[in-house]
Design a binder for this molecule. Structure first.
Ligand code: F6R
Length: 606
């Protein structure tokens, strides 16, 4: 799981190559490196740390060249050290490669190569391919056939970029199972893991498919098939995102910017044509069983969708974490699997969709990244249009997906006679007005949420609890809090508490309750009952609640009071406020908020 970038231009491309890999840093950030061709020679530098840190150690920006490749790593094979950082070179020093993905058969190949006397410098799977290319070149005497012959030996998923002084004006980039996109600028061409790498330079992009490779020079490009080297006819697309929306725009962190982007993200989700939502709903109506799948945050989004379908459409939809789908899904022809993914590249979710396709089920996805693998695998795509999400932890993409699922549940309810026209209109109106209310809340309440985070700073252990739809909201909020604070935070259904978890509660175990508005009578009552259980055991109780809820105000130790919103919007409002709470808690702890330790943005490996 890594980011790769390759650039070929008319002039020195090093500053651009450096910027491109910095733009991909969220994909992995434990080490990085670059290789460039300068005056007919291969030069490379690499080390551990984030891109800026490695630049300080190795002075990457001091290199020069018109052709180069770069890599930012999230270790899978081999510990984090300078030797395992990419690029990796063939033993003749003629070929440098960067790689995202995994070569499954690398151990057998390594043994074979070692038996031939090749000395390995790293523990990575990638180095195997570098040596295979070097050996194949001895046989073929040409770069392209050598690359293809070497690739035939490796099994697994990959995107690879290659540079060599043998062809100093040319780059090769190959895709099989890991994302790769080309970018075409004026006198400069790119190949990268995603478009963020080159958005400041061009918005003309081409998404490669599995089994294809690209040959790039500063003023030409061609995509060819790995199987027989024949050209593939493809046209570039225009990327709507601009570089500015990818930047922090004055916020101290991407996480905060993206939390504040949410009113716009919701508006964009509301602007998706109704017909697209109805088409998805028609698929659900015609399908046997419909599954919702996602993993991490998108799993919790799917759970929110599940509650919405039960409540608004009277339809129970099974939700399975993508990584478990293989074990749990009982998929038959005519069933439907709807996958949720911000990146559209998550391995587990892609595999869940593949599992469904293999069983002749229909597939659909709600996804944020245009041209992503998932979006090209399924029968129907809903592009959520949330704009680039750079912070490793997902915020704005998740809320947009929840809104889209709410719209789908409403359409399903309406078409099946479970929801009246009037209720449909009421919720639609509430959704339409919500972005403005949310914007105001973010502007006016963030200070209060920061104060709540201050009161929370003594606690190392947390329970986040809610009932009904507030349960997946609490789960997602707990995941956010874990990711950015590294604290022990458990999300659970508030009703579950007395069935075991209560044993953990004492004065050092804090709880955060997601309290529905008082008009959700039963849910409100049940949530407060759990709150009382904690309080009776001296557990400190924090809460998110709505104005006018005097009962909660009396029992909570600390709370933030949110403006009244229609009941259907209340869970979304609490989720956003909980994101802000996690952000300020992490800020007080001095955490690496946009790039928490041990994580990576899109997990493209299994
Ligand atoms: C959490 C987070 C992850 C992702 C998960 C799926 O903040 O970002 O849990 O939600 O890895 O990623 P996508 O949505 O890209 O498929």
């Amino acid at each position: 799981m890594c980011g790769i970038s390759a650039v070929v231009g008319q002039k020195n491309i090093v500053p651009i190559l450096f910027e491109s890999i910095k733009n991909l840093e969220y994909r992995g950030y434990d080490s990085c490196g670059m290789a460039v061709i300068h005056e007919g020679k291969l030069a490379w530098r690499k080390n551990t740390g984030g891109v800026d840190e490695v630049n300080k150690k190795e002075h990457l920006t001091g290199m020069q060249g018109r052709t180069g490749i770069a890599h930012t790593r999230w270790a899978t094979h081999g510990r984090v050290d300078a030797l395992n950082a990419h690029p990796h070179l063939s033993s003749d020093g003629l070929f440098a490669i960067v790689h995202n993905g995994i070569f499954n058969n690398y151990q057998a190949l390594r043994q074979e190569l070692e038996a031939k006397g090749i000395v390995f410098l790293s523990q990575t799977d990638t180095e195997v391919l570098a040596h295979l290319i070097g050996l194949a070149f001895q046989e073929f005497g040409q770069v392209e056939p050598a690359l293809l012959a070497a690739l035939e030996r490796v099994e697994g998923t990959y995107a690879v970029a290659l540079t060599t002084p043998l062809e100093p004006e040319r780059l090769y980039a190959v895709r099989k199972g890991s994302p790769l996109v080309l970018g075409f600028g004026e006198g400069i061409q790119f190949a990268a893991s995603d478009v963020n790498a080159f958005l400041p330079y061009t918005r003309s992009a081409l998404f490669m498919d599995d089994g294809e490779y690209a040959v790039l020079t500063h003023d030409s490009w061609q995509v060819r098939r790995m199987a027989d080297s024949t050209p593939v006819e493809k046209s570039p697309v225009h990327i709507e995102w601009d570089a500015e929306t990818s930047r922090k725009g004055g916020y101290s962190h991407y996480m905060l910017k993206e939390i504040f982007d949410q009113p716009l993200t919701i508006t964009n989700a509301m602007n998706i044509p109704r017909q697209e939502i109805i088409s998805l709903v028609e698929m659900i109506r015609q399908a046997g069983t419909t599954y919702l799948v996602g993993v991490g945050t998108t799993y919790y989004v799917a759970m929110v969708g599940q509650y919405l379908c039960s409540q608004l459409a009277g339809r129970y939809i099974p939700v399975v974490s993508s990584d478990e789908f293989y074990e749990l899904g009982v998929v038959a022809p005519g069933d439907l699997v709807i996958a949720l993914s911000q990146s559209g590249e998550t391995y587990d979710t892609r595999m869940a969709v593949q599992f469904a396709k293999d069983r002749k089920a229909h597939t659909a996805c709600i996804v944020n990244v245009m041209g992503s693998t998932l979006s090209r695998m399924v029968d129907q795509v809903i592009m959520q249009g949330s704009g680039p999400e750079i912070c490793v932890v997902s915020t704005k993409a998740a809320i947009a997906q929840m809104v889209i699922l709410m719209r789908a549940a409403m359409e399903l309810g309406l078409s099946e006679g479970h929801l009246t026209e009037e209720s449909y209109r009421d919720i639609h109106k509430a959704l339409g007005e919500f972005p403005q209310v949310l914007q105001k809340t973010l502007n006016e309440l963030s200070g209060f949420v920061r104060n709540l985070a201050e009161k929370a700073e003594d606690y190392q252990n947390w329970l986040f609890m809610g009932r009904g739809i507030y349960y997946p909201i609490a789960m997602e909020a707990a995941l956010k809090m874990k990711e950015v604070t590294y604290l022990h935070v458990e999300g659970l259904p508030a009703g579950f508490l007395k069935h075991g978890t209560l044993a953990m509660v004492d004065s050092r175990m804090a709880s955060l309750f997601f309290i529905p508005p008082p008009e959700s009578r039963e849910l409100h009552k049940q949530t407060l009952a759990a709150l009382e259980e904690v309080k009776a055991r001296s557990g400190p109780v924090f809460g998110l609640m709505f104005q006018g809820d005097t009962q909660s105000a009396q029992v909570l130790d600390h709370y933030v009071e949110l403006p009244q919103v229609p009941a259907a919007m209340a869970p979304f409002m609490e989720l956003v406020v909980a994101q802000v709470f996690s952000y300020f808690s992490a800020l007080r702890l001095g955490r690496s908020i946009d790039k928490p330790r041990n994580l990576a943005k899109s997990v493209t490996v299994g």
